[in-house]
Write a protein that binds this ligand. Sequence first.
Ligand code: FES
Length: 164
Amino acid sequence: MKLKKEELLEQLKEEIKKHPKGQKDLIEVLHKTQELFGYIPQEAISLISKELGVYRSVIYGVITFYHFFTLQPPSKYNVKVCLGTACYVKGADKILNTLKRELNVELEQTTEDGLFKIQGARCLGACGLAPVMMVDEEVYGKLTEDKVIQIINEYREKASEEVK
Ligand code: FES
């Protein structure tokens, strides 16, 4: 059973108590946080700051310094847009902008509904199909702006079917 955020925060609070105040064990506590939530939520940062007596700015500094920490929740689907040369020449920037607009996120951000995260890629190895994107392991080529929206809507439908 998936625990609620409040319950996870309680667990984190207990975990923090095992560590001395100050920055000494901050990285360890952040690892534990990411293990519990799958990412590092704002509420956890506030809690760590309060319990360890470390400034939020210091915590952010550590999170952004180490690439294995993430402030973004994991998404159900990962969308990779190819920004390699072949795709770029065929309009990859339009594909990316359409995704950003449709999903209301920037690169590396997770949508509010938790369904999608968009990432840029160098070359997805399907240059003949440019412009290309992938949703998880599925490759979509010869994209147009309309086709991108259609694909996203298909995944939205698929996700809502799963909930029913
Ligand atoms: S450049 Fe896009 S698939 Fe190769």
